[in-house]
Design a protein around this ligand. Structure first.
Ligand code: DQA
Length: 155
């Protein structure tokens, strides 16, 4: 059953290889680390009175478990699913299954890269979609998701 007052907490999900941020292909992903991403997201959310629980995993099932658990105590999800964006029906089903509004974010401009990155299993069910802003995209996605959650915008 839906809560009347949703918790002021977001789940931040980072998928495979995003633990390597800072050293991974810096020409594409920049030099900021996963810790920087998690801090930026938490600081952005805190400005609106939301807290953030952050998870990163290289394992698809662990990501699904974290999304399922969010249904109990989170109002929405900010997710960079990494390569699973382009491959995982299971991830899409987890997100639609818990029925939490979510923001899809990509550090790079996936549409300017290889064709296999142009398709996302998440985009058509996301309420917010941010690509190509570097790690600042996490702040944009967080602000826009909170705007949707608090009825201040439509994404
Ligand atoms: C990414 C883009 C994906 O295509 C890639 O597999 C990633 C990172 C991004 O943030 O730009 O791992 O999601």
């Amino acid at each position: 059953m839906r809560r009347v007052t949703p918790p002021r907490r977001l789940l931040l999900v980072n998928g495979p290889n995003l633990n390597l941020l800072g050293t991974r292909e810096p020409g594409i992903y920049g030099s900021a680390t996963l810790a920087d991403v998690e801090r930026l997201t938490a600081d952005t959310a805190a400005a609106y009175g939301f807290e953030v629980r952050a998870v990163q995993s290289n394992h698809e099932g662990a990501l699904l478990d974290a999304i399922h658990e969010a249904a109990a105590d989170c109002a929405g999800i900010v997710i960079n699913a990494g390569a699973y964006t382009h491959t995982s029906v299971a991830l899409r089903d987890a997100l639609t299954g818990v029925d939490l509004p979510f923001a899809e974010v990509h550090i790079s401009d996936v549409y300017a890269r290889e064709e296999f990155r142009h398709h996302s299993y998440l985009t058509d069910v996301a309420v917010v979609h941010v690509v190509g802003e570097g790690i600042d995209g996490y702040a944009t996605a967080t602000r826009r998701l909170i705007a949707v959650l608090t009825g201040q915008a439509d994404g």
